[in-house]
Design a binder for this molecule. Sequence first.
Ligand code: FAD
Ligand code: FMN
Length: 756
Amino acid sequence: MAAEVSEAAAPWLPILYGSQTGTAQEVAEYLEGMVRRRGFRPWLGSLDAFPLEALPLTGLAVFVIATTGDGEPPDNMKKAWKFLLRRALPGDSLAGMKFAMLGLGDTTYEKYCAAARRLGARLGQLGATPLISAGYADEQAAGGIWQEVDTWTQALCQALLPLSPMAQLAATDDDMDEPPYIDDTPVLEPPLYTVEVLPPSTSVPAEQQGLANFYAPLAPPDAYLTDAEAAAAATAAARADRPPPPPQRMPFRATLRVNARLTSAAHAQDVRHLELDVSGMGRARGGCGGYSAGDVAVVHPQNAPAGVAAFAKVAGLDLDATLRIARAPPPPPRSAAGAALSPSAGASEDGALRQDAAAVAAEPSPLDALLGGSSGGGGGGAAAAALDLPSVCTVRELLTRYLDILGAPRRAFFDKASLFARDEEEEEKLLDLGSTAGADLLHEYAVRERRTHAEVLQDFPSCRPPLARLLEMIPRLRPRAFSIASSSLAHPGQVHLCVAVVSYKTRYKREKAGVCSTWLAALKPGDTVPLWLRPGTFRLPRDPHTPVILIGPGTGIAPMRSILQQRQFERAAAAAAHDGSGSSSGAAAATGTNGGSAAHTAATEQAAAGQNGSAASTATDNNDDDASPSSEPPDTLYFGCRHKAHDFHYAAELCAAAAARRLRLRTAFSRDAPRPGGGKWYVQHRIAEGAAAVARAVLARGAHVYVSGSAQSMPRDVRAAVAAALVSAGGLSNEEAERYLKAMEREGRYAVEAWS
Ligand SMILES: Cc1cc2nc3c(=O)[nH]c(=O)nc-3n(C[C@H](O)[C@H](O)[C@H](O)COP(=O)(O)OP(=O)(O)OC[C@H]3O[C@@H](n4cnc5c(N)ncnc54)[C@H](O)[C@@H]3O)c2cc1C
Ligand SMILES: Cc1cc2nc3c(=O)[nH]c(=O)nc-3n(C[C@H](O)[C@H](O)[C@H](O)COP(=O)(O)O)c2cc1C
């Protein structure tokens, strides 16, 4: 038998993910166990959390990469992606390294799995070679992503075996023909958390409830940092030469001023105009203190009280109990079969594979210094991961603000839940749902039906994991991004949002509501909204007179409203300075806003959006496609919705701007009247109709084109319409138009901010 060596001597294997909404992270977490059972020492974390200087040393890495936006990499790999793209990196930076790439995507998007493909290609340019063929898992596949994930995982596991210490086992085993048996059935790992219920009379020192939690991703509910505290924390970090705490660790408590329905009462979809007071919000919150047009507000939501109560009831939890939560101490290092092999050595001739395991175990790996103390949040690193929950809170707070109890349970939930089922039949069913063979069932039961954690626990009454285990099994409540719908120049100290309230029925007619949008819609003026701000995709031209073509149907209007306000403000301010009258009130007047009368804005919009049907009779488009370039306003907006009278967001101010010739407005109402010859009007049809103006603005006047809204077919259809305009009215060939658009995209002159 091969010598048994400690887990610490197993070879490192980074499992790096880029994940926007958690799926790639879930898959990476699933791979972590697989890899560990095959004798490796996984380092699990996002690409941005990984010390990239360790990459050339690892010899082998696994990537699980989702795609977001319009073919964009997820936020938690953007920093690493930017680094890897640096031209200065030598072409042999990763020579000798092998990698396994799994892309997650959705074939309804034009740029299917684009982030994984681009990362794979870049790793190749830097000298790395694939260990196995890349896998691409499609959300649209019959059973969701899991079938492809499982097929790819099997190939990975097969390719890993000869590189792993398991190979040593096989090499020293008498029976050389038999591959080593690896048991992948779920086992109860040592707990990650401890939970103590505090007696009702316990008084918790203030510092444990507030700043003591600073290094948890979210401060506890009533202890969000004041702006001064956040700034002090950032300064302290700078003095100690530490990176500033990320903004999500210290969300700002914005105060809601206005919450008004934009759509008419007769319209099924509820869309809200929210105005939030962020005055006093400093740079420590992610660059605020004058945000830019196109920036994004990231909101930390709350679960609805009914959902919280339902979960507590089914899980047998007392909502008012106060808890002390801590990270469980790391378990003593386990014994793992095998030795510290470099994966690249494993790929070479057998000499390296036969090293004496015990001897190798004694050698410190150069990677230990880089990876040992920097766990990516999974179990791989030596250092205990930071607590990602408040250390003291009530069960109600925990369920309301921190755990995604209303989200659909992931596959790993079922695996772990099976370990707690007392009923054999339930145990089997749960195991099935967590297994390769159960991928279709999982998709049908949990994903498609958006079954919540409470609903699943209800369906499996013998399965009641203790709260400490539920903390491992249920992901954290995810913050939601919203494009800011205002300009900080036109509305200093305010952030406006335009939010569609998510509400739909599943295939089995079960009613579902979006967590964040439903919570926001129910808020009253004076309520607080924890948020921080971050840059969006659009980078406006410096000169506000450079033409822009904005295409923002539905809630895609949000960043466009922000851009329009900012550019109009800047033009008016420049004109005022030129006249010598230079005052910002003139600029505010020119933007069509009053710089802060929220009630006014909301009332005007409600009226215009059709609660009294007035928008139906409002003139909209100013049809000047043939106007001479000198008289054209620099801003063009394409807006689309179903009905002019019901869901034409911000109709009053847009129509007023069009009437005053500050804006070229093009609208497409899909359900009001058909196009000549039949078919619904969408924004791409208006672009085709005004092809000459589009081509002139883009080709002759250097216009920037920005698209925002639904991520599915709209961005693709719009791009095709713009390309067609460059051909039909701009005189370019198809190939030239494509090349031109690609160059625009590279320069940021054509950009998309899209969401589902
Ligand atoms: C950069 C960026 C900017 C954004 N800007 C805006 C904005 O300005 N305005 C805005 O309203 N949103 C915007 N979003 C989207 C926003 O972040 C949220 O995704 C949205 O509000 C839904 O969140 P929720 O918590 O209410 O819904 P969740 O609880 O997250 O539920 C949404 C999920 O429900 C499911 N679902 C929704 N509808 C259906 C359906 N009909 N059938 C089946 N399943 C369905 C889908 O799985 C979907 O992912 C933006 C997103 C990004 C990334
Ligand atoms: C807003 C949004 C944009 C997306 N854009 C793309 C895309 O351009 N290409 C693609 O293949 N998939 C796209 N997808 C699908 C995701 O990549 C897929 O759902 C993936 O499983 C999500 O993984 P994550 O949860 O780890 O982010 C998009 C999904 C969303 C919600």
